[in-house]
Design a binder for this molecule. Structure first.
Ligand code: HEM
Length: 531
């Protein structure tokens, strides 16, 4: 290196004409630039940026489907993305196996076939889940959900035990109490409104939040704390919208979202300590936190090195952050499922009738029968209704991933590093080759051995691969218990409007008219309805 520098210096010093030439040229360039006005320079700069924006778009787009040019320079379809429309998404999915858009500097690739989507979900070497910038601030950088590769897999192993069937069985009794409470609340609300249909979108979100918090934190969390978190939670959803300002400025959406998340995590931290004390005193787990503390407690006394590593001592802060991610992952998707499930079942009296018959049959007409996992496993038809609702109206339409290194997604297309890659779930779940008349709601298509039930590869409702939904069994069990109870003890009706079947996108998907319903008390054995 030194030799190169000294040789160059020698060469330049021995060539005075060269120095003169360089000086002359720089003076000429400066004089030339000076001959332009500031406006002309600014204009040239803009033209260079715009040209680069288009060239970069074309290079990244390659052979895949997408607008021929970036029609709105720089911003791309940013304004449309502020108010996402289901029909626009759908048009995009069916425009090609891979399609793209470019918004500001972000290049977004959407995959719409089952196989490409599965490949993306399973390629953790090339991709990792993509979160909006502000999510790291709201969920905190130390949160386990931001782990990637082996550290993520190991952390997942320690969490999987909290959502097995045997663990979920322990949370059921406290969830039942929440269901009873909200059943009374829904009937009371309807009575106060003279049984006229009213919006139940907010109530569905509230019951789901309460169910999750009781399952996660047991009785360590108070009714007031649950109500406060349920009331404020929409501020977190709003703060984490795909398009949001990345810096947290006081009194903006993101600031309110962070404040809500911090308050919730503070509550969870104190619950975690109470749970640790309870388990240390020999208590049996009745909630997710207890189950976690029990695993940690037992691991200390086990001779098994692996279990000691998996269930090391997690701090209260770590537990609180993980519990918040469970709430965050569950709240919008579960509320979406609740809205569609009640609407769809209420609109189909024959389906509701079959659910009621099954609910009585599995209880042998004995209403004091305890709801257990075994009993839920016997609710075949109820489970098929839930599964078909998830297929017909999948709460999560797409899962954004970010490309870590150049990713050959197909033999003809390589996704550039840094681009956003979005596998979609909807097209695989509406594939007419697997689900005949995919836009019809047919629970019977899920009978054992049927084409639909055998097509495991199409069942992408909960994703697949290393980040597959941690709560999927929890969802099926909770909703079977919930739907069963409401079908037996209430007579619920839905007011159909022209917007009921239209889809509103708000993180997940909801009926556009916000679900107009009434609930009346019903005798489960005679079917008599009371006002
Ligand atoms: C109807 C309700 C739900 C739906 C449709 C749903 C769907 C999904 C989907 C599509 C993913 C991304 C999977 C992937 O990238 O491959 C996911 C991830 C996740 N879900 Fe769910 N989910 C639901 C409810 C829940 C519940 C109730 C919980 C917690 C109790 C939960 C916890 C999680 C977690 C922690 C992740 C991230 C896993 C990881 O990164 O390792 N979800 N979910």
């Amino acid at each position: 290196m030194d030799t190169i520098i000294s040789n160059t210096t020698e060469f330049v010093n021995s060539n005075p004409t060269l120095i003169n030439n360089v000086e002359l040229q720089s003076t000429t360039i400066i004089q030339y630039l000076k001959s332009f006005s500031n406006w002309q320079i600014a204009l040239a700069f803009i033209i260079i940026i715009l040209t680069w924006d288009q060239i970069s778009y074309q290079m990244k787009k390659g052979s895949i489907v997408g607008p021929k040019f970036k029609w709105y320079p720089i911003i791309g379809p940013f304004l449309e993305s502020l108010d996402p429309k289901f029909e626009e998404y759908k048009a995009k999915w069916y425009s090609g196996d891979l399609s793209c858009v470019s918004i500001f500097h972000k290049f977004v690739i959407i995959s719409s076939t089952r196989d490409i989507s599965r490949k993306i979900f399973q390629s953790s070497k090339f991709v990792k889940p993509c979160v909006v910038d502000v999510a790291v601030k709201i969920l905190r950088p130390t949160n386990w959900v931001f782990l990637d590769g082996k550290p993520h897999i190991d952390y997942r192993k320690s969490l999987n035990g909290l959502f097995t069937k045997s663990a979920l069985a322990k949370y059921l009794p406290s969830q039942q109490k929440v269901m009873d409470k909200y059943l009374e609340k829904f009937i009371q609300l309807s009575k106060e409104n003279n049984y006229e249909p009213q919006i139940f979108f907010h109530e569905m979100r509230e019951i789901l939040c309460a169910l999750s918090l009781r399952a996660f934190c047991g009785d360590y969390i108070t009714e007031d704390q649950i109500r406060k978190i349920a009331d404020d939670y929409y501020l977190v959803t709003a703060a984490l919208e795909l398009v949001n300002f990345p810096i947290i400025i006081p009194y903006t959406k993101t600031w309110y979202g962070k404040r809500t998340a911090d308050n919730a995590m503070k509550i969870f931290e104190s619950c975690a300590q109470k749970s640790k004390d309870y388990i240390a005193a020999g208590g049996e787990p009745i909630c997710v936190m207890d189950a976690w503390c029990k695993l940690m407690h037992d691991a200390k006394n086990e001779n098994d090195e692996n279990s000691r590593i998996l269930h090391r001592d997690f701090s209260n802060k770590e537990i609180s952050e993980a519990i918040f991610t469970f709430l965050f992952a569950s709240q919008d998707a579960s509320s979406s499922l609740a809205c569609w499930l009640f609407q769809i079942v209420a609109d189909r009296p024959d389906v509701l009738q079959k659910i009621r018959e099954e609910q009585l049959a599995v209880r042998n007409n004995d209403l004091s029968t305890e709801i257990t996992i075994d009993l839920i496993d016997q609710m075949k038809y109820t489970n098929m209704v839930i599964k078909e609702t998830l297929r017909y109206r999948p709460p999560v339409l797409m899962v954004p991933y970010v490309v870590k290194e150049k990713f050959p997604v197909t033999p003809n297309y390589t996704a550039p590093k840094g681009s956003m890659l979005i596998p979609t779930l909807y097209p695989a779940l509406h594939d007419p080759e697997v689900y005949e008349n995919p836009d019809e709601f047919i629970p019977e298509r899920w009978v054992e051995g049927s084409k639909a039930s055998e097509a495991k590869k199409n069942w992408l409702v909960f994703g697949c691969g290393p980040h597959v939904c941690l709560g999927q069994t929890y969802v099926m069990i909770t909703f079977a218990a919930l739907l069963g109870k409401f079908a037996l003890y209430t007579d619920f009706e839905h007011k159909v409007t022209p917007l009921s079947e239209k889809i509103k996108v708000f993180a997940t998907i909801f009926p556009k008219d916000d679900l107009l319903m009434t609930f009346k008390r019903r005798d489960p054995l005679t079917g008599e309805v009371f006002e």
